[in-house]
Design a protein around this ligand. Structure first.
Ligand code: VG1
Ligand code: CO
Length: 548
């Protein structure tokens, strides 16, 4: 029963037709979310979809970007009106994505709402986003996000409590009617978990004696986490952490740690006297970038190397039951899994596809080419975790980042990887390209007038081994005669136009692989991809907009 004092309202509204979740939640321009009733309609659709028991606990927080605080207030008032018993909210409305997932699990919440557009730029003219997670801490699976979308198309009314703004900045309990609101330190539970997984004593001593760490939080969610874990717990000097204050517009920095948007970190890694380990994380703290002196670690290599070295961390010492990578991610990890005799699952792009495998205990490590890696400790990818894992490898193996990577290549070969992104202003052009290629896919193998000969081609689909659900149209795959692979798919996280992603990978063995650049190793495969997909014809673009 709601308290008599609390005034609940049912507000009429006109349904929106564009609230379909993409790869990871609903992402739109801030100005779209600021339309009257827009956020409320989507949140009501989430509540209607999750159908939580009255009195349930819900975790709420976000990456601190512009509109985060307003959204926390609105969602709290709606949660109270929708019968939620307890809200657990990160102080200041802040929670990194992996920390939110962890809180859902440790506090046995019925679910969570995470406010983030992740690696997309922030600020009043930037992007905002919202996604919901289930009681396992994992991102809502495709069936649930589709149900929420269907619900939003008919959402003409939402429930909200008339209540004063919550005080978000002080930990402690308050209430909206009968709903308890608990403001929690966003870092402490997460930091405790990291201490269980890694040998902090070993890391402390290595960081004191020989490893010089530099971490860049890009003015996004991970600043407070890095300060607590690296500085307070592991003794790193605060000067080694840059851009540690979460800002609503990320201080103008692009919150995506990749070699193009975080070129300053590549420059630092290639400079004389570079730190031994340079790490960065994205807007909501789930991506990671790993660099060492003179070395940028490709995310596909990172996953493979982690799997080959589970012995370095207490949480992984006994190995893992299996591993998974998203389909476009380089196949480097497959070779390690084969040697270890464990299964390697290939899932569609997006972390939500790993969640069932993690929950069922089928995999212990997983990752994506987009700088995302994690393990069964949470149900989201985890940026700081990846950096702690790399620190553990450096300390445990007593090797530099460069040595670890090169020894891996010497043992398993080097899987060269590139992602070429084509930003296409008119989304219809991108759709036409994909439609055309899909329609001719069966005739591609065998035709030799397009560069490299293609032996096999298909449109990737995935049957979830746990619940049997089928996801179709998850990208086009072309396999070349020299062992190379081309993948094409459209991005599902952008907020304007369309981005065609072309992924290339090919493994080479032998002593020369360390000196060779991915651009050289993949040049001919890239030409083949452009020719077969007729990229210039459909988009007018001669070259990719960016190559990662
Ligand atoms: C991109 C990446 C994908 C990742 C997703 C969310 O999706 O390719 O691997 O899971 O972003 O990451 P897309 O559909 O744009 O290719 V995050 O850190 O932005 O939530
Ligand atoms: Co992210």
């Amino acid at each position: 029963m709601q308290s008599k004092k609390l005034k609940l309202r049912e507000v009429d509204c006109v349904p929106f037709d564009d609230q379909r979740s993409g790869t990871a939640g609903l992402r739109k321009k801030v100005t779209v979310f600021q339309q009257q009733h827009y956020l409320e309609c989507f949140v009501q659709s989430i509540f209607d979809t999750l159908k939580l028991e009255p009195g349930s606990t819900l975790v709420l927080g976000g990456d601190g970007r512009y509109y985060n605080r307003e959204a926390v207030q609105t969602i709290s008032a709606m949660a109270a009106a929708n019968g939620i018993g307890r809200m657990i909210i990160g102080q200041g409305g802040l929670l990194s994505t992996p920390a939110a997932s962890n809180l859902i699990r440790t506090r046995k919440a019925a679910g969570g709402i995470i406010l983030s557009a992740s690696h997309n730029p922030g600020g009043p003219d930037g992007d905002f986003g919202i996604k919901f997670n289930t009681a396992s801490g994992g991102q809502a699976p495709e069936q649930l996000t589709e149900t929420a979308y269907a619900r939003s198309l008919a959402c003409d009314r939402y429930k909200i409590a008339d209540t004063a703004a919550l005080e978000l900045d002080t930990p402690g309990e308050s209430a909206i009617g009968d709903t308890v609101v608990e403001i929690v330190d966003p870092v402490s539970d997460y930091a405790e978990l990291m201490e269980e997984l890694f040998d902090f004593e070993l890391l402390r001593s290595a960081l004191k004696r020989k490893i010089c760490l530099h971490f860049d939080a890009l003015n996004a969610a991970t600043g407070p986490y890095a300060n607590r874990i690296f500085c307070d717990m592991l003794g790193v000097s605060p000067e080694c952490i840059s851009n540690a204050t979460p800002l609503e517009d990320f201080g103008g920095i692009h919150p995506d740690p990749n070699p193009v948007d975080a070129a300053h970190l590549v420059k630092l890694a290639m400079s004389d006297g570079a730190p031994d380990l340079i790490g960065a994380s994205d807007g909501d703290g789930d991506r990671n970038m790993i660099l060492g002196s003179g070395m940028l670690v490709s995310p596909g290599d990172s996953l493979a190397i982690m799997l080959a070295n589970t012995v370095v961390a207490p949480g992984y010492r006994n190995g893992v039951a299996g591993v998974a990578r998203s389909m476009p991610t380089s196949r480097a990890v497959d070779d390690v899994a084969r040697e270890l005799g464990i299964p390697c699952f290939e899932t569609p792009t997006g972390w939500r596809f790993f969640c069932n495998l993690l929950e069922a205990g089928k995999i212990g490590l997983c990752g994506e080419e987009s700088f995302g890696t994690s393990s069964a400790h949470t149900r989201e990818k985890d940026g700081l975790w990846a950096i702690l894992y790399w620190l553990s490898m450096m300390a445990g193996l007593e090797q530099s980042v460069g040595e670890i990577v090169q020894r891996h290549w010497a043992r398993f070969g080097r899987c060269f990887f590139q992602r070429r992104d084509y930003m296409i202003a008119n989304a219809d052009d991108a759709d036409a390209l994909v439609q055309n290629l899909s329609s001719i896919i069966s005739s591609v193998p065998g035709s030799s007038d397009t560069g490299q000969q293609i032996l096999e081609a298909d449109i990737f689909e995935y049957t979830d081994p746990v619940d049997g659900s089928l996801s179709t149209n998850q990208g086009i795959r072309l396999f070349s005669a020299d062992g190379g692979r081309i993948v094409l798919r459209l991005s599902g996280t952008g907020t304007s136009g369309s981005t065609l992603r072309v992924y290339l990978d090919r493994t080479e063995h032998g002593p020369g692989v360390a000196e060779k650049s991915p651009a050289d190793a993949l040049a001919s495969l890239g030409e083949t991809a452009a020719a077969i997909a007729r990229i210039e014809h459909f988009t007018g673009l001669k070259q990719p907009t960016s190559t990662i």
